[in-house]
Ligand binder design. Structure first.
Ligand code: SME
Length: 159
C-alpha cells in the first residue's frame, strides 16, 4: 500500500482521474468497511482540501455519522431531512450550490457554504451517503458529481 498520495494534475477532473486509481489501490487489499471509508474520506480531503468529507451510514430509519475528516458533525439524520437525508430518500446525488437556499439544510457548521451528497447503492438500496462540504459557494459541479458517483459505485462493494 502506498504511504502517500501522488497528485500533480492542475485541473479538478484530472486530479480525480489521478486520485481514483489510488483509492482503488488503497482499498483493494482491505476488507474492513470502516478502514476503507476512513481512507477514502482522508484521500478526498487531502486531494482537494474540502472543508468536510465523510460518510453517513443507513442504520434503521436514520443516517448515523461514520468515518469523516473535518470538524465535528451531527451524528444522526432522519430520512428526508437535510441534504443527506434527501439524497437517501431520493436515492440520487444532490448538488447544492448554496446551502442557505436549500430548504431544511442541516447546518453542522456555519462555515459550510456548498455541498454535494452522493448515495452508495447496494442491490438498489441506499446503504450510506458520501457528504462533501465546502466553505466556498458553488464549489461543486458535474466533474465532482461524475467522479464521486464513480467512486461510490466502487465503494458499494465494501458493504
Ligand atoms: N449539511 C448536511 C448535514 C451533515 S453535515 O454538513 C456534515 C445536511 O444538510 O444533510
Amino acid at each position: 500500500m502506498a504511504e502517500t498520495l501522488a497528485l500533480t494534475a492542475a485541473t479538478k477532473a484530472a486530479r480525480y482521474a489521478e486520485l481514483l486509481p489510488q483509492i482503488d489501490a488503497l482499498t483493494a487489499g482491505e476488507s474492513d468497511l470502516t478502514a476503507n471509508l476512513a481512507n477514502t474520506a482522508a484521500a478526498l480531503r487531502q486531494a482537494f482540501g474540502f472543508f468536510w468529507v465523510g460518510f453517513y451510514l443507513v442504520k434503521g430509519d436514520e443516517l448515523v455519522l461514520g468515518p469523516f475528516q473535518g470538524p465535528i458533525a451531527c451524528t444522526r439524520i432522519r430520512k428526508g431531512r437535510g441534504v443527506c437525508g434527501g439524497s437517501w430518500a431520493q436515492a440520487r446525488t444532490l448538488l447544492v450550490p448554496d446551502v442557505e437556499q436549500f430548504p431544511g439544510h442541516i447546518a453542522c457548521s456555519s462555515d459550510s457554504k456548498s455541498e454535494i451528497v452522493v448515495p452508495v447503492l447496494k442491490n438498489g438500496e441506499v446503504v450510506a451517503v458520501l457528504d462533501v462540504d465546502s466553505d466556498q459557494l458553488n464549489d461543486f459541479d458535474a466533474d465532482d458529481q461524475a467522479a464521486l458517483e464513480q467512486l461510490m459505485q466502487r465503494a458499494a462493494q465494501w458493504f
